[in-house]
Design a binder for this molecule. Sequence first.
Ligand code: SF4
Length: 492
Amino acid sequence: MIQVTLVGHEFQYEIEHLLRAFFPQARFNFSTVTSADQDMQVISMWKDDRFYAKVEVEDQTYVKEHKEHITITKEMDRRKIAKRLLKKVLYEALVAYTKKPLPWGILTGIRPTKIVQEALEEGRSEKDITKELLETFHIQQDKIDLMLAVAKAEKQILDKNKVGEISIYIGIPFCPTRCVYCSFTSYPILQWKDQVDKYIDALIKEIKAFHDFYEQTPIRSVYIGGGTPTSLDETQLQRLLDAVNMYIPMESVEEWTIEAGRPDTITLEKLQMMKEAGVGRISINPQTMQNKTLEVIGRQHTVDDIIQAFYMAKEVGFHCINMDLIVGLPGENIDDVKETWNQLSLLKPDNITIHTMAIKRASYLHRNQEKYHMMDTNEVEEILAFIEEQAKFMGLEPYYLYRQKNMVGNFENVGYALLGKECIYNVEIMEEKQTILAFGAGAATKIVDLSTNAIQRIENVKDVQHYIERTEEMIQRKNSVKNRIFQVNRKN
Ligand code: SF4
């Protein structure tokens, strides 16, 4: 147990996440008074211009301090700077104790490139940004290089956002089986087969309800994700595709993606339907090209099925195919991932998205961790560096970057793409520069006000049954903010 005492501030969330990056398995006891009977003591203090951290373990003490007078009077900005400085001194004390700097330093948020985007918008130079990321955030140089490369690639996409433009997300929360690491809203489709038609009815009703709205609001991208949208059978999928084409003015949409996801749900007929409907970009996500791992993670398909689905999609005429990989899957070692990469490089997908394994609380994997052998931090670091180098060799550049909580080794997820094949929606959702209107169970609409950087979330219920029963309420929730979207878009 680690005893954490906060003095002069209440930033428990930020302090806990930084501590978790160093000690993922530890338990914490937060209080405002110190107690001597714990294995480790941490004090984080903000008093006037003084930012202080102390780490005490057995008879060793590590103290770091920073003095800075925050001149900004706006309370929100003052707190932001104070949080950053409290994390900085605590990080320095923890590194003094553990002797293990973290690749992302004090950065615990999921959108690392936002800091760079904001700094670039303020007109700051790359040299100046790099200095701050190194000295205040303690981020490693290779990660800073990645942040800058991604921020520049994203800028190319974001600069093309037109005034008032939005994107649309449609969620299908069904999959053939549940993967051991899954923490998403995902229902096994066979067990829910009696509800799927009702779900599609509800979804179409929700999409249709905003028919007039689309006519007044340009739409840049449409993304159908999940779950696994291709878990729907041919008739259900066709109904959804027809509804999208009927109610959304797709002829002016720049990008339409469907996450086909699991190869065992992909058929020639579904691919042909999607192509004919106008879908331009799909994902076929192997996660690994090792049969033994596919079985361990709960997939009911083989590596051959992945290869077959990929070539079938090519033959049908898809010219933008993404493939997702996960580094650090249960039971895998460096050689397994290298071999997976070699197989993928033969297929030459247009995008490859690399995820680092995240052990989420809601997953089977989290509840059964002792059953699995997982890669350690050094192995993950080595294989990520190998992939970065190999991606370049294939002409794939990083364009999209995010982090998750509880990632093995506290690393990152990176989307690589051939030039011009980047996923617009991924960048929009990550950088939050455009309003996203979202439909389906668990979908979250985000209204982005660029003039204040404020984001308003309107969430649909997660439970499929509740979504079906309360579709009208989900429509009303969004209807009530339609004017707000117009207002914000005019300002944007
Ligand atoms: S395919 Fe994705 S959404 Fe479906 S169970 Fe696996 S991780 Fe969850």
